[in-house]
Design a protein around this ligand. Structure first.
Ligand code: SAJ
Length: 418
């Protein structure tokens, strides 16, 4: 199938790079987003998110007229939906986290009026099992004049598939092209059409399955990582108690040919790994015991770190705490869902001492930190003034600095760089 015009709905961290890469292959791409500011920024050839090299690609495809953004969906041969799928945390229901599919529902209702016979609709957002079928049901309810795979199987007017994104923030443009892609059609015909679409730029393999397995595959990948990080985080707390250097321990254990332990840290951040396992737990609470426990271990880790910092600060009359790193992981400027940020905010709000935050990837502190009294400092300024130094993110600037500068400090190194 020859795709001349496609539409990407949701121009965020996944949708915008995906739209740009399709456009760079000569396909006309209409990007749709509810955020007028984002739409205007993209139409100027600029970007509203941070991702290496994305600005260059967007500038080029917008100037060539291959990508344009709008708030109102238009007809296209294929629609890719890349909207957020957060969870609703209801404290009254214990620690249950219910997936919030309202953005998918809104996107489905927005594109439904412009759907035409022969169109392909792909859900890219990470979703709980069954979400693609639910999206198809919303589309069918809005367009009773068309047939969908759940009623008409291979004969349907509209093809529907789930093709989860699996790119690593910071490496999105490379991974979009090189990663293998899981293609989960509601029927084999839906899968085949979706493969034809992705093959316009994907160099990895496009592996076909059904929609439910594709949904679960994505959740499984991130849960696998979460469980493995939880193992490392749990080890770090055990080693702390047993007075063993966890970093040395992991290095030694990883010399075994079939052991590969990940790195402990101050907690798990980002918008994927700390979210997706909850979708499995929510759908199978009695079965997903290990996955659930891993979430609790990783969510507990920032509290453990806060406790360590507080008791270190207690040794000083006037504690000055240098917190190295605010981002959710190394060498990015993304502070969203960052355990480092939460820890710093909590320390400042509790009045544990003077807090100097060092984050080489930002120019300005987020308002929540600035108003809590946190000061943004350079590494040199912070090390000069602090008596307690906390490593929260393993940014390259911290890894490469002269470690003798830390010698006279009380150190809490959550990333093992020292
Ligand atoms: N982390 C550790 N220790 C480790 C590895 C990571 O504490 O050994 C922490 C990081 O510091 C960070 C969090 O985990 O706070 C998540 O970072 P990450 O690099 O593991 O993953 P993300 O969230 O940037 O991207 C993940 C990726 N999934 C997997 O590697 C299985 C990516 O491929 C997905 O596309 C992305 O989630 C997504 O969008 O779902």
């Amino acid at each position: 199938m020859d795709f001349k015009r496609i539409s990407v709905v949701g121009l965020g961290y996944i949708g915008l790079p995906t739209a740009a890469v399709f456009a760079s292959r000569g396909i006309e791409v209409v990007g749709v987003d509810v955020n007028q500011q984002a739409v205007d920024t993209i139409n100027r050839g600029e970007i509203h998110i941070v991702e290496p090299d994305l600005d260059i690609v967007v500038k080029s495809v917008v100037s060539m007229g291959k990508l344009r953004a709008t708030t109102k969906p238009e007809a296209a041969q294929a629609f890719l939906i890349a909207v957020p799928t957060p969870f609703i945390f209801n404290k009254e229901q214990g620690d249950d986290h219910e997936p919030d599919l309202s953005y998918i529902e809104k996107a489905a209702n927005a594109i439904a009026p412009v759907l035409e016979k022969g169109n392909l609709v792909i859900l890219e957002s990470t979703s709980p099992v069954g979400a693609t079928e639910q999206m198809a049901a919303w589309l069918a309810a809005a367009r009773p004049d068309l047939t969908f795979p759940q009623q008409a199987g291979e004969q349907a007017d509209i093809q529907v598939a789930h093709c989860p994104e699996r790119v690593l923030p910071g490496h999105v443009l490379r991974e979009l092209v090189s990663n293998d892609r899981v293609i989960g059609g509601m029927t084999p015909n839906c899968s085949a059409k979706a493969v034809a679409l992705y093959k316009t730029f994907v160099m990895g393999e496009c592996v076909m399955t059904n929609a439910r397995t594709a949904e679960m595959a994505k959740l499984t990948e991130n849960s696998f990582r979460d469980v493995n990080i939880a193992f490392a985080n749990e080890l770090s707390m055990i080693c702390d108690k047993l007075k063993i250097n966890v970093w040395e321990l992991i290095k030694l254990a990883n010399r075994h040919p079939r052991v590969n332990i990940l790195n402990p840290g101050p907690g798990v951040g980002g918008h994927c790994i700390a979210v997706d396992p909850w979708f499995i737990v929510n759908s199978c609470p009695n079965e997903a015991k290990l996955i659930h426990q891993a979430r609790l271990v990783n969510d507990f880790k920032p509290h453990y770190v806060i406790e360590k910092i507080t008791s270190a600060a207690d040794q000083f009359k006037k504690p000055v705490i240098a917190c190295l790193g605010l981002a959710f992981k190394a060498d990015i400027d993304d502070l969203r869902e960052s355990p480092a940020l939460d820890i710093v905010k909590h320390l400042a709000e509790q009045g544990v001492g003077r807090i100097l935050a060092v984050e080489p990837n930002i120019q300005q502190l987020p308002t929540a930190l600035a108003s809590a009294g946190v000061e943004l400092a350079t590494l040199e300024q912070a090390l000069e003034q602090a008596n307690v130094v906390v490593v929260l993110v393993d940014h390259k600037q911290f890894k490469s600095c002269d470690k003798s500068l830390f010698l006279s400090k009380v150190m809490i190194d959550t990333r093992g760089i020292v």
